[in-house]
Write a protein that binds this ligand. Structure first.
Ligand SMILES: Cc1cc2nc3c(=O)[nH]c(=O)nc-3n(C[C@H](O)[C@H](O)[C@H](O)COP(=O)(O)OP(=O)(O)OC[C@H]3O[C@@H](n4cnc5c(N)ncnc54)[C@H](O)[C@@H]3O)c2cc1C
Length: 362
C-alpha cells in the first residue's frame, strides 16, 4: 500500500519520501499469493476499483520490467452445489462487468493440465486475474520508485507525525501531507484511532512447493468450491446458501479455521498454496500442523502437480475491518491513514492509492 501510494503520488509530479521501518519488506505484501484478483471483489465500486488497480499494476510492471503471469483464473467445481453457484455466477456476473464464462469439464481440462479430472463438473474461467511473484516484485519496486524520483528509506521507522515534520528513528523529513500505510501495526502511530477503529488482525498459513519441472506450468491460477464462501463477488448467487450449509455440515474443521484453497505459481515455477483465517488482535506465533494438513488434503481434491512436496511454510498477517473493505481516517490536518484492505490489498493497492491521492486533491 505504501509503495502504491508513493507511485501514484510520484507519477502526479509530487516529491515523495517513503519510510519503511524494516531493512526489507517482510509484511503481508511479500507473504501473499501475488494474485491480482478482481473476480473476488463484490460488484460495483470495489470491483471497479480492482479493475482500475489491475490497469495500473500492468502499467507499473511493464515500466519496471517486472515479470507477471497473465493467465487469468479458473474456479473449479466437484459438487453439484459448487457447479450451481459457478453456473449462476457465469450467467449473471458478465452483466455486472465480470469477464467470465462457464466451461464444462472437458473445456476446463483443455485450459489447465493442473486440474484433477476425477469428479470434475466444470468451472468458471475469467480473464482478468494475473499473478506476480510477491517476493520479487515487492523487493524490486522500491528500485523503480527511486528511478521515478521517490526517496526510499529502509530501516527508517516513523515514530511521530506532526506536519510538516515526520520524525523517524533516523532523523526527520519535511512533508506537506503524510499518508500512513502501516499495515497491521496499530501500536506505533495513532494507537487511539486504531483502538476505536474496529480493525483486527487475520493470520493465514501458507505453503510453497519447490520449483516444478521447467517445462510444467500451472496455467490459470486456481480456486475451488471452498473459495466461493469467501469472496463477496459470489454473494450475488442465490445458490450459494446451499453450498455454505453443506460445507458447514460436512467440513466443520474447514469452517473452524476458515480454510479455502488458492493456488498460484511463482516466477521460478514453485506452487504457492493456502490458506486459513484466524482472527485475533493478538496473533498466535506458532503455526498449526492440522491447518497445513487440511489445506493439502483439500488441494489434492482438485490439483495435480508433478511434485506436491512442501519446501516452505510460513504465515502472514493482514489488518482487516469487520464491515469496511478498507479503513481510512484523518487524525489531524495533513495526515491520512489508509490501511486494512483485508485479503485484497495486493489486488486493490494501486486503485486505492489513486482514490486516496485524488481525494486529497493532489
Ligand atoms: C498469506 C496472505 C495471502 C494473501 N494473498 C493475497 C492475494 O493473493 N491477493 C490480494 O489481493 N491480497 C492478498 N492478501 C492481502 C494482502 O497481502 C494485504 O492486504 C496487503 O499486503 C496489505 O498491504 P499493506 O501495505 O497494508 O501491509 P504490509 O505489506 O504488511 O506493509 C506494511 C508496512 O508498513 C511498515 N510499517 C508499519 N509501521 C511503520 C512505521 N511506524 N514506520 C515505518 N514503517 C512502518 C511495515 O514494516 C510494513 O512493511 C494476502 C495476505 C496474506 C497475509
Amino acid at each position: 500500500m505504501g509503495l502504491a501510494h508513493a507511485y501514484v503520488a510520484a507519477r502526479r509530479g509530487h516529491s515523495v519520501v517513503l519510510c519503511e521501518r524494516g531493512r526489507a519488506a517482510t509484511g503481508a505484501s511479500i507473504r501473499n499469493f501475488g494474485m491480482i484478483w478482481p473476480i473476488g471483489q463484490p460488484s460495483g465500486a470495489m470491483h471497479q476499483m480492482a479493475l482500475r488497480s489491475r490497469e495500473i499494476w500492468l502499467e507499473v510492471l511493464q515500466a519496471a520490467r517486472l515479470p507477471y503471469l497473465p493467465t487469468g483464473s479458473l474456479h473449479v467445481a466437484y459438487h453439484d452445489d459448487e457447479a450451481d453457484v459457478l453456473r449462476e455466477f457465469a450467467e449473471i456476473a458478465p452483466r455486472a462487468g465480470y469477464a467470465c464464462e462457464w466451461l464444462d469439464a472437458p473445456a476446463v481440462l483443455e485450459r489447465s493440465h493442473a486440474v484433477q479430472p476425477k469428479g470434475l463438473k466444470g468451472g468458471v474461467a475469467s480473464s482478468t486475474e494475473f499473478t506476480v511473484d510477491p517476493r520479487l516484485v515487492v523487493a524490486r519496486l522500491p528500485e523503480y520508485l527511486r528511478e521515478l524520483g521517490v526517496a526510499v528509506h529502509f530501516g527508517d521507522a516513523v515514530t511521530h507525525i506532526e506536519p510538516p515534520w515526520i520524525e523517524t528513528g533516523g532523523g526527520s523529513h519535511e512533508a506537506d501531507i503524510a499518508i500512513v500505510c502501516s499495515g497491521d501495526d496499530f501500536e506505533t502511530l495513532f494507537p487511539d484511532v486504531f483502538r476505536a477503529s474496529g480493525i483486527t488482525r487475520c493470520k493465514l498459513q501458507m505453503m510453497r512447493t519447490a520449483p516444478q519441472p521447467a517445462d510444467w506450468h500451472l496455467g490459470p491460477a486456481l480456486a475451488a468450491g471452498l473459495t466461493l464462501r469467501f469472496y463477496k463477488a459470489f454473494q450475488m448467487c442465490t445458490t450459494l446458501g446451499k453450498l455454505k450449509e453443506r460445507v458447514a455440515r460436512e467440513k466443520p474443521e474447514y469452517e473452524k479455521y476458515l480454510i479455502h484453497v488458492l493456488v498460484s505459481e511463482t516466477a521460478d515455477g514453485a506452487i504457492t498454496l493456502g490458506d486459513s483465517h484466524e482472527y485475533s488482535a493478538c496473533v498466535d506465533i506458532f503455526d498449526k500442523r492440522e491447518i497445513d494438513e487440511l489445506i493439502l488434503r483439500e488441494a489434492e481434491t482438485f490439483l495435480r502437480v508433478p511434485d506436491f512436496q512442501i519446501a516452505e511454510r510460513w504465515h502472514g498477517v493482514y489488518s482487516t475491518h469487520a464491515e469496511k473493505p478498507f479503513f481510512e481516517a484523518e487524525p489531524d490536518a495533513g495526515i491520512h491513514i489508509v490501511t486494512a484492505p483485508g485479503g485484497s490489498g495486493m489486488t486493490l493497492s494501486f486503485g486505492l492509492a489513486e482514490r486516496t491521492i485524488a481525494g486529497l486533491g493532489l
